[in-house]
Structures are given as C-alpha cells and as structure tokens.
Design a protein around this ligand. Structure first.
Ligand SMILES: CC(C)(COP(=O)(O)OP(=O)(O)OC[C@H]1O[C@@H](n2cnc3c(N)ncnc32)[C@H](O)[C@@H]1OP(=O)(O)O)[C@@H](O)C(=O)NCCC(=O)NCCS
Length: 419
C-alpha cells in the first residue's frame, strides 16, 4: 500500500526531541527520513536516561522510528561533500540546532538555495526574532515563555510545567504541518522556502484560550475560574487549577480508592444540556428546579459547593464505574489514567496508538505510534536505526556513488570522525 509522503526525501539534521518528533511523523507518513548524526556520538539522547546498559535509550528509540541513520561530520571536507550531495537530492532539510549553528557549519539559506532551489528548510528555534532570539531553549523554558506555566497550577502555588511536551513535541507538530504545506505550495511555485517555528510561539498557540481570558478580564471577573466569587482578580490571568478552559465548568473529583491510589480521580464536566441527568445521578433531583441551581449563571458562584456534592457521589464509585454511569447519560467525563493503565490499555494497542517494537540491542519496548490515522496511508512503526547503520546504503542507493567512492567515503574522517 502506498503512503501519503512516498517519494519525499528528508535530510533530518534534528536532535533531542522537538525536531525528531517532526521528522518521525513525516517518516510515518512514508517520507524517507535520513538522520544525520555526529560520528561516534550521534544524537545526544541515544545515551541520555539510559535504562539498558549499552543500548540506545528509550528517549532516542521512541522519537526516531522509521528513520535511517548516517554519520557525518558537517565540519569536515569529506563530510561536507556528502552533505552537499544530500542537500541536492533531498526535498526538505529539518534542523533544530541552536541559533546560528547551521550557518557556522556553512549551510546558510543562500548556500542551500544555491545547491537546491527546491529545498524546503524547516527550523525550530526557542524564540523568534527579538530579545531572546539567540537563546538555547529546552521544553520547560518554552512552556514558561509561552504562557503555559503562569496559567498552570493552583492559585496558592508556584507556576507549574505540564508533563505533556507542548514545547518540544508540540512545536514538532507545528513544523510538520508547515513542511507539508510548503511541499504542497512547491507543486505550483516550483520553489522551496524556509519554514520557521519558534517554541515560544508554538506553546502560545496552544495557550490561545489564556490570551482570550487576559482580554476578557478587562470586562469583569472570569466567572468560570475557581477564584470567582470569593477572590479578587488581579491584572493578569490567574492559575485556574483544574477548571476547564471552556464555557462548561469542569473539575477533577476524587473517586473510590483515592486515599491509596494517586490516580483514583475523574474529570467531570457539568455540561449545561445534561444538568438534569447530573442532578438525578448524584441524588439531587431538587436542583433541577431550584433557582439557585437550575440555570448555568446561577450555578457559577456556587461551583465549589456543586463540586463537593458531586464528589460525594464520585467517591462512592470507582472511576471506571463512574464512567459507565455518566456515559449512559452523555455526561462528558474522563478517568485520570496512569501511565501503567495506558500501557496496558487494550483498545490503544488495537488502534496502534500504543505499539510494541523490537530492537536488536534493547529487546522489546512499548512506544506511542502515529496518533494521526489515515485510511489510505497506514503507519507501520519500525525500530529506530543504530548509529550509522545506513551509511553505505545511503551513499550507494540515495546518492548513487560507485563502489570505490563509497569505500573511500566510508573510511573518511567525514563519516568516521577519526582524523
Ligand atoms: C537543544 C539545544 C539547547 C541543544 O544545544 P547543544 O547541545 O549545545 O547543541 P547545539 O545545537 O548548540 O549544537 C552544538 C554544536 O554541535 C555541532 N554539530 C551538531 N551536529 C554536528 C555534526 N553532525 N557535525 C558537525 N557538527 C555538528 C553544531 O554545529 C554546533 O556547533 P557550534 O555551535 O560549535 O557551531 C539547542 O540545539 C537549541 O536551542 N535548539 C533549538 C531549540 C530546540 O529545538 N530545543 C528543543 C530541543 S528538544
């Protein structure tokens, strides 16, 4: 079966998480992703958070499926010869080096265009042009600078970062969309272009609703926030705890077993259209007609009491029993699932969202497969490459060098890193 990006060649100069997430997605859609790594060292994540001695870490393997690896020293003459050939052959070059690093290696946008005018150069940096443009940036820096940390957590606690990698993987996703859009535009223009995504911008895009609330503040208190009606609002959006970011109030409530299980909780949304069903389920049928509870605006100043009352019911059942009852009435809710529960979930296995992959040096491990499901471009998750595993194959099959040249390059400092 064909794949959506069959025939697209990606020169993958990415490392750590943000860039590799992007190129992994493109690989799942069928692109030929050629990962360039420093000889002898490789992507730094190969050796970070290692759980199995001598084997590539899960950090690396889970971000680099379906790719091929070639080792190239981009500062060496023979390394540059191979890189130049790859730039001429590939459709897209993806990189997330620190600002200026690619230029220092000799691959300015002007030089790349001269080598291949159809090349799409896709880059992730921490910040766009401005006071921080030269900064190196990791996930949590982006979460803080993009508005996520100041709006996450509880009012009486410090700013919090979230476990979802919205700075790295979120930006990788944004970049992947930019790349496919640029590939589509190239069909009509015949030209490549630059695609830039700053991690701060990517996070802010995901925090759009908080910039919405910043502007709503000028017109009065944010009535769906837990601060209302008891606490004064300041001049900026406060942390909203577990309140839902939308027009329907929501909160995390304890379920049976919460005293010993840190994840015996459920997210409960008191959606207006199902309010009457909620009243019946929690044993408060009188709230259906009580003017203090019957309509959404009347409920807003009483939300704390409402959550306490609903929680008295959720604490009498497990989160899964609660799901079963609430779903019968179309009451929107979700169990707080632990990573252990997710890793054992059979429906996620059945859809390929959680997959078991075999690896020659580490054995079997679980990974997250492609969350984007397409009916005519099915993603198979293949193991990540060993460092330099495809050196000869890429020189021969992708770049078309003859056997003598392949042998010469394989032994050169540009590929071995040994001078
Ligand atoms: C992630 C980050 C902080 C890591 O910083 P770092 O480990 O110091 O790595 P750098 O990107 O600065 O690269 C280090 C050097 O290795 C060089 N290098 C990397 N691969 C190379 C190769 N194959 N051949 C030769 N040199 C190579 C780079 O050119 C750079 O050289 P220079 O700065 O001396 O000119 C930084 O890359 C960054 O800010 N990236 C953009 C934002 C981003 O994606 N962050 C999220 C990462 S998940």
């Amino acid at each position: 079966m064909s794949k959506a990006l069959d025939g697209v060649k990606i020169l993958d100069f990415t490392h750590v998480q943000s860039g590799p997430t992007c190129t992994q997605l493109l690989a799942w859609f069928g692109a030929d992703v050629i990962k360039v790594e420093r000889p002898g060292v490789g992507d730094i994540t190969r050796g970070q958070l290692q759980d199995v001695k001598g084997a590539d870490s899960l950090y690396f393997t889970m971000l680099n499926h379906n790719k091929r690896s070639i080792t190239i020293d981009g500062r060496d003459k023979s390394g540059k010869e191979v890189l130049d050939a790859l730039v001429k052959t590939c459709d897209v070059m993806v990189e997330n080096f620190a600002p200026g690093a690619l230029d220092r290696m000799g691959y300015t946008w002007e030089r790349i265009q001269a080598l291949n005018p159809k090349m799409i150069l896709a880059s992730i940096k921490g910040f766009g042009p401005g006071p921080y443009e030269d900064c190196k940036v990791y996930e949590n820096v982006a979460q803080c600078a993009g508005g996520a940390a100041s709006t996450t957590g509880f009012d009486d606690g410090p700013p919090l970062v979230t476990g979802a990698q919205i700075g790295d993987s979120g930006t990788g996703l944004h970049l992947a969309l930019g790349i496919v859009a640029a590939l589509f535009q190239r069909n009509s223009t015949g030209r490549g272009q630059k695609v830039d995504v700053a991690m701060q911008d990517g996070v802010l895009n995901l925090c759009r609703v908080k910039l919405r609330d910043q502007q709503r503040l000028a017109h009065g208190p944010l009535t769906e926030y837990p601060q209302y009606p008891d606490t004064e609002f300041g001049d900026t959006v406060p942390r909203a705890g577990n309140a839902s970011g939308g027009g329907q109030p929501g909160w995390i409530l304890k379920c049976k077993g919460w005293e010993t299980d840190p994840n015996a909780y459920i997210y409960f949304i008191a959606q207006a259209p199902v309010w009457e069903a909620i009243c019946d389920v929690i044993g408060k049928p009188e709230w259906k007609t009580d003017p203090d509870y019957a309509k959404p605006p009347a409920r807003l100043p009483r939300l704390k009491h409402i959550w306490d009352t609903i929680e008295a019911w959720t604490m009498s059942v497990t989160k899964f029993e609660a799901m079963e009852t609430l779903n019968k009435y179309d009451i929107p809710c979700g169990p707080i699932l632990s990573m252990k529960e997710i890793s054992e979930d059979q429906s996620l296995r059945a859809t390929g969202t959680v997959v078991e992959v075999d690896h020659p040096t580490r054995g079997k491990y679980l990974s997250v497969g492609n969350p984007i499901k397409m009916s005519d471009s099915i993603s198979e998750v293949k193991r990540s490459p060993l460092l330099g595993e495809h050196n000869a194959e890429i020189l021969k099959d992708v770049l078309g060098f003859d056997d003598a040249k392949v042998a010469e390059l394989l032994a050169s400092p540009g590929l071995t890193g040994k001078r």
